[in-house]
Ligand binder design. Structure first.
Ligand code: B12
Ligand code: SF4
Ligand code: SF4
Length: 380
C-alpha cells in the first residue's frame, strides 16, 4: 500500500488545490454502490434531458475498471475558481455569467497539469503511462461521488461537491490508476447540510426536485449551455439576467464563507467577458463572437446559442428593456431560426401589442420557419 503524503505534496505543487485518494474495490460491483443507484434513478426519471451520452456511459460510470482494467485507486483533484465579488458579475446592464465561465476553458488549462501529474505518478509509483487515465469533466466518471468518497467535501442538497475549505467553487478532475494508494477518509457520514434548504429555495426554476437531485430539464445551466434548441417558454422569464450557466444554488450555500480567492495557477481569468454589456452581446457577429470568446468554454454554444440567451436576458430586463427593441427587431430577421424565435419572444414581452406587431411585421412576412411563425403567433 502506497502512503499518499509525498504524492499529495507533489500534486499540490503542480497547482491543484485539493488532492485526495479513494480506493476502487477489488471486486468491482459498482451497481451496488448507493451513488450508482442514484444515477440509475436519475436517468430513469429523464433528468438527463437530451444528454444521452450519460446513459451511454452508464456502465463505465458504475465500474471504473471498465475505464481502466485493474484500476485500484482514484485520485481526485480540485481546482479552486473563486474570484470573490469580481467573479459574480451582473447589474441591469451586464448579464450574469456563471463564475466558471469567466476563465479560458478550464478543460484546456487543467489538462497540461494532469499530464504533469501523470509524470509524477510514473516517477513516484514506478508505473508507465498505460497504467493511469485522467479526465476533467468530460470523462465517464462520477466525479462528485468519487470526490465525496475521497473526502474532498460532501454531497450538498444542491448536488454540488461542497468543500469545507473552498465552498462550492472547485473544478474536479480524476485520475484512475493501477496502484493501491492508501485511501483518504470520507467526511463523517452526518449531514453537513443539516436543516438548511437555502439552495433549494434559491433555485429560480425549482430544478432541485429533491435534496441532491437536479432535473436538468428545469436547470438554467442545462438550458443556457447544453440545450442546443429552443428554451421552453415557461422557463424563459425565470432565467432572469443569466446569460450562460447558473450559480444560484451554489451562491446560496453558507459553506461559501470558507471560500478563498483562487491562486489561479491552472486557470486564466477572463474578467473582460463580464464587462460586455447586453447591447454589445446582442450586436455580436461571427467575427466579434470569435474574438471575445476565443479559447473559452462559451464558444461551444456558438454564436446562435449566445444570441438566443441574450434575447432572453433582454426580454427580462424590465424597465430598461425598451432600449434593446431596435436590436431585437433586427435579430428577428437573423439567419438562425433559433435566434429569430427568441428575438420575437423578447420583442413581444417588452413591447405592447401594437408596437410589437409593427416592429415584427417585416420579419413575420418573410418568415418561413414553422417554429418561428409559432413564436410570432404566441403570446409571451
Ligand atoms: C451532466 C453534468 C451537468 C448537468 C446535470 C447536473 C447534475 N446535477 O447532475 C447540468 C448541465 C445541469 C450541469 C450543471 C452544472 N454543473 Co455540471 N456536470 C455534469 C457532469 C458532466 C456529469 C454529472 C452527472 O453525472 N450527473 C448525474 C448525477 C446523478 O450525478 P452527480 O450530480 O454527480 O450526483 C452524484 C451525487 O450527488 C450522488 N447523489 C445524487 N443524488 C443523491 C441522492 C442521495 C440520497 C444520495 C445518497 C446521493 C446522491 O450520487 C450521484 C451519482 O454519483 C459533471 C462532470 C462529471 N464527469 O462528473 C459536471 C459537474 C458536476 N458540473 C459542475 C458544475 C460546476 C456545474 C454548474 C455549477 C455549472 C454552472 N455554474 O452553470 C451547474 C450546477 C448544477 C447543479 N446544481 O448540479 C462541476 C461540479 C463541481 C462541484 N464542486 O460539484 C462538475 C463536477 C464538472 C467539473 N469537472 O468540475 N452539470
Ligand atoms: S444551477 Fe440554477 S437552475 Fe440549476 S439547480 Fe442550481 S439554482 Fe437551479
Ligand atoms: S445551501 Fe444549505 S442545503 Fe444547500 S448545499 Fe449548502 S448547506 Fe446544504
Amino acid at each position: 500500500m502506497i502512503e499518499p503524503a509525498e504524492l499529495r505534496k507533489r500534486l499540490l505543487a503542480l497547482g491543484f488545490d485539493v488532492a485526495r485518494f479513494a480506493s476502487i474495490p477489488a471486486r468491482d460491483d459498482g451497481g451496488a454502490l448507493p451513488e450508482v443507484n442514484a444515477l440509475r434513478k436519475w436517468l430513469d426519471a429523464g433528468y438527463q434531458a437530451d444528454m444521452h451520452w450519460i446513459e451511454r456511459g452508464f456502465a463505465k460510470r458504475a465500474s471504473p475498471t471498465l475505464v481502466l482494467s485493474e484500476a485500484g485507486s482514484v485520485i481526485m483533484l480540485g481546482v479552486n475558481y473563486f474570484q470573490g465579488a469580481a467573479g459574480a458579475s451582473s447589474d441591469s446592464q451586464h448579464p450574469r455569467w456563471a463564475r466558471y465561465a469567466l476563465y479560458s476553458d478550464y478543460h484546456d488549462t487543467i489538462k497540461p497539469a494532469l499530464e504533469k501529474a501523470g509524470r509524477v505518478l510514473e516517477e513516484t509509483l514506478g508505473i508507465t503511462s498505460a497504467d493511469y487515465r485522467y479526465y476533467v469533466d468530460t470523462g465517464p466518471v462520477l466525479e462528485r461521488a468519487w470526490a465525496s468518497r475521497a473526502g474532498a467535501g460532501f454531497a450538498g442538497k444542491n448536488a454540488m461537491l461542497v468543500s469545507r475549505d473552498f465552498g462550492n467553487w472547485l473544478f474536479l478532475a480524476a485520475i484512475f490508476v493501477r496502484a493501491k494508494i492508501k485511501a483518504d477518509e470520507p467526511l463523517p457520514a452526518r449531514s453537513h447540510c443539516g436543516k438548511c434548504t437555502r439552495c433549494i429555495d434559491a433555485c429560480p426554476t425549482g430544478a432541485i426536485v429533491s435534496p441532491g437531485t437536479v432535473d436538468s430539464r428545469l436547470c438554467i445551466s442545462y438550458q443556457t449551455i447544453e440545450n442546443k434548441g429552443a428554451i421552453p417558454r415557461g422557463l424563459r422569464a425565470k432565467i432572469g439576467a443569466r446569460i450562460y450557466g447558473c450559480d444560484a444554488c451554489a451562491e446560496a450555500c453558507p459553506w461559501n464563507r470558507f471560500a478563498q480567492a483562487s491562486r489561479g495557477l491552472l486557470l486564466e481569468a477572463r474578467p473582460e467577458i463580464g464587462q460586455l454589456s447586453l447591447g454589445e452581446l446582442l450586436a455580436l457577429t461571427p467575427e466579434s463572437f470569435a474574438a471575445h470568446f476565443r479559447k473559452t468554454a462559451i464558444k461551444r454554444i456558438k454564436l446562435a446559442g449566445l444570441l438566443r440567451n441574450a434575447c432572453i436576458v433582454a426580454g427580462n430586463t424590465g424597465a430598461r428593456a425598451a432600449e434593446h427593441l431596435p436590436q431585437l427587431a433586427r435579430l428577428a430577421a437573423h439567419e438562425s431560426p433559433l435566434v429569430r424565435a427568441h428575438a420575437v419572444w423578447a420583442v413581444q414581452r417588452i413591447a405592447d401589442g401594437e408596437q410589437a406587431t409593427r416592429l415584427l411585421a417585416e420579419a413575420r412576412n418573410a418568415e418561413k420557419d414553422a417554429s418561428v411563425l409559432d413564436e410570432h403567433g404566441a403570446q409571451p
